[in-house]
Design a protein around this ligand. Structure first.
Ligand code: NAD
Length: 489
C-alpha cells in the first residue's frame, strides 16, 4: 500500500461523552477498490473503553428515566438526519467497504434509517403480562426496565446497517451504549456520531470506540460494568467472547455465520428462482450472512438450471463500486480475497468443476482499480458434501451447485453442516414448502423468495449460527430486564 496521499488521509476520532476525542495510536484502513490506505482508525484499548463506559454509566440515570415517547422522538430525528445525508453516507460506505454504490444507496443506508424509525415506533407498543390468582387474592404482573450499559460489536459486511440494528433497540429501551464497529469499516459510524447532538441524543448515551477486536473489542467484553453484549460476527469470535465474558455472567446475543442452502425442486418456477438465487448468492459480493452458498437442485431440472443459472451469473458486472452499473464490487481485504480464492483452488484440487468466474473467465478492471480486491462471481459444480466448500462459510462470491433426488435426502444433506442461519426452498407445492420448512435446522426459511424481512419477527440462527434472536419483541426482551411483581389484596 502506498502512503503517497498522506495529507488526504481521513482521521477518525472516538466519540465519548458527546465529544470527539483523539487517540494515541491508529490503525490503517484500506479502500478495497484501490488497495490504498485512505483512513486512520483509532486503535483504542482499555483506557478508551474505560472512559466510554464511564460516560455511558453517567448518562444512564437520566436517559433511562425518559418516557418511551421522548426517546422515540429523538430516534426519529436521528433517522431524518441520516436520511438527509443519505448520499454522503452511501458514498462513504461504498468507499470504505468495497460494496457497490447502488447497494449502499438502496440497502445499507435506507435500512440504517429504517432501523431507527422502526424501533422508535415499536418501543411505544409493548405490553407486559398480568395474571390473577383470585383464590390467593393475588395479581401478578411483569415490569421491564433497561439493563444499563450495552456493549455492541458489529462486523464489516453491512457496517452502518448492522450497527444501527443494535444501537436503535438498545437506546429505545433506555440503555446507554458503547459501540465498537469493525476496524475495517468505521467511517459511517463516525459520521453518524456527528449527527447525535443535533438529533437530541444526550452526551454519553451513544459512545463509539474504534479499534480492533483483540484490543478494543476484548476490553469491552471484559468490562465489569457492561452487563450485556450484542455481537454480530464470526462463530470463532463468538466463542472467544463467550469465554472472556463468562466470569461476569453477561447476557449475550450472538448473530453468527451461515452456510445457507437453497433447495430447488423440479416444480419450482425457474423464471423467479434463477434471478433470485443469483442475487442470494452474489449480492454484496456474497458478503452477507444470509447469502446462499449451497444450491441443491432436483435431478430432473439440474442441467437446465445450471445452464440458465451460469448464463445469468455471467451477466453480473464486476468492477469499480462507484459505477452505478456495477453489480459486484471489491471484497473487504486482500487477506479475505486470498481466503476466498483458496476455497476455489481447494474445490478444483478435489475434482470439482468451476463453471464460471475465478480462474475461468477474464477479469477486466479499470486502470484505477488494478490493485483492488476483486473477484468474479464463481459457480462450482460436482462438489462433495464433505468438501470444505460445502461445509465452511466462505463469505465471498462463490456458490456450489449439486444435484439431489428425494425430499428426504435433501433435508438431511441441507441440515448436514454445523450452521443453521437461513435457507430458501423453491417449489410450487404448498404442502411441500411447509413440510420442508418445518424440518430444516435454520432460524429463517424463505420459500419462493429471499431476504423479504418483517422486522417485527425474530431474526437469528440455530446451531453454530448463533444464540438469541433480534426483532421487535426479541430485541426488547434482550435489552430489558424483566421483573415479576405480586400484589396481594
Ligand atoms: P469478526 O468476528 O472477525 O468481527 C466482528 C467484530 O468483532 C469486529 O468488530 C471485530 O473487531 C470484533 N472482534 C474480533 N475479535 C474480537 C474479540 N476477541 N473480542 C471482541 N470483539 C472482537 O467477523 P467479521 O469478519 O467482521 O464479519 C464476518 C462474519 O460476520 C461472518 O461470519 C458473517 O456470517 C457474520 N455475520 C453474521 C450476521 C448475522 O446476523 N448472523 C450478519 C452479518 C455478518
Amino acid at each position: 500500500p502506498t502512503m503517497a496521499h498522506s495529507q488526504a488521509l481521513l482521521v477518525l476520532e472516538n466519540f465519548i461523552g458527546g465529544k470527539f476525542v483523539p487517540c494515541s495510536s491508529y490503525v490503517d484502513s484500506y479502500n478495497p477498490s484501490t488497495g490504498d490506505v485512505y483512513c486512520r482508525v483509532p486503535d483504542s484499548g482499555k483506557e478508551e473503553v474505560e472512559a466510554a463506559v464511564k460516560a455511558a454509566k453517567d448518562a444512564f440515570p437520566v436517559w433511562s428515566s425518559k418516557s418511551p415517547l421522548e426517546r422515540s422522538q429523538i430516534l426519529n430525528k436521528l433517522a431524518d438526519l441520516i436520511e438527509h445525508d443519505l448520499e454522503a453516507f452511501a458514498q462513504a460506505e461504498s468507499k470504505d467497504q468495497g460494496k457497490t454504490i447502488t447497494f449502499a444507496r438502496t440497502v445499507d443506508i435506507p435500512r440504517a434509517v429504517h432501523n431507527f424509525r422502526f424501533f422508535a415506533s415499536s418501543i411505544l407498543h409493548h405490553v407486559t403480562e398480568c395474571t390473577e390468582m383470585p383464590t390467593m387474592g393475588c395479581v401478578h404482573y411483569t415490569s421491564r426496565a433497561p439493563v444499563g450499559v450495552a456493549g455492541l460489536i458489529s462486523p464489516w459486511n453491512l457496517p452502518l446497517y448492522l450497527l444501527t440494528w443494535k444501537i436503535a433497540p438498545a437506546i429505545a429501551c433506555g440503555n446507554t451504549v458503547v459501540a465498537k464497529p469493525s476496524e475495517m469499516t468505521s467511517v459511517t459510524a463516525w459520521m453518524m456520531c456527528k449527527l447525535l447532538e443535533k438529533a437530541g441524543v444526550p452526551p454519553g448515551v451513544v459512545n463509539v470506540v474504534f479499534g480492533t477486536g483483540a484490543k478494543a473489542g476484548e476490553a469491552l467484553v471484559c468490562h465489569p460494568d457492561v452487563p450485556l453484549i450484542s455481537f454480530t460476527g464470526s462463530t470463532l469470535t463468538a466463542q472467544q467472547i463467550t469465554e472472556r465474558s463468562a466470569p461476569h455472567c453477561k447476557r449475550l446475543s450472538l448473530e453468527l455465520g451461515g452456510k445457507n442452502p437453497a433447495i430447488i425442486f423440479d416444480d419450482a418456477d425457474l423464471s423467479q428462482c434463477i434471478p433470485t438465487t443469483v442475487r442470494s448468492s452474489f449480492a454484496n459480493q456474497g458478503e452477507i450472512c444470509l447469502c446462499t452458498s449451497r444450491i441443491f437442485v432436483q435431478r430432473g431440472i439440474y442441467r437446465e438450471f445450471l445452464k440458465r443459472f451460469v448464463t445469468e451469473v455471467k451477466k453480473w458486472k464486476t468492477g469499480n463500486p462507484s459505477d452505478p452499473t456495477v453489480d459486484v464490487g471489491a471484497l473487504i481485504s486482500k487477506e479475505h480475497l486470498e481466503k476466498v480464492r483458496n476455497y476455489v483452488k481447494k474445490a478444483q484440487a478435489e475434482g470439482a468443476r468451476v463453471l464460471c468466474g475465478e480462474g475461468v473467465d477474464p477479469l477486466a478492471l479499470p486502470p484505477g482499480n488494478q490493485k483492488g480486491y476483486f473477484m468474479l462471481p464463481t459457480v462450482i459444480a460436482e462438489v462433495k458434501d464433505e468438501s470444505c466448500c460445502m461445509q465452511e462459510e466462505i463469505f465471498g462470491p462463490v456458490t456450489c451447485v449439486v444435484a439431489f433426488d428425494t425430499e428426504e435426502e435433501v433435508i438431511k444433506r441441507a441440515n448436514g453442516v454445523k450452521y443453521g442461519l437461513a435457507a430458501t426452498v423453491w417449489s410450487g407445492s404448498v404442502g411441500r414448502v411447509h413440510r420442508v420448512a418445518h424440518r430444516l435446522q435454520s432460524g429463517l426459511v424463505w420459500t419462493n423468495c429471499w431476504l423479504v424481512r418483517d422486522l417485527n419477527l425474530p431474526f437469528g440462527g440455530m446451531k453454530a449460527s448463533g444464540i438469541g434472536r433480534e426483532g421487535a419483541k426479541d430485541s426488547y426482551e434482550f435489552f430489558t430486564e424483566v421483573k415479576t411483581i405480586t400484589i396481594k389484596h
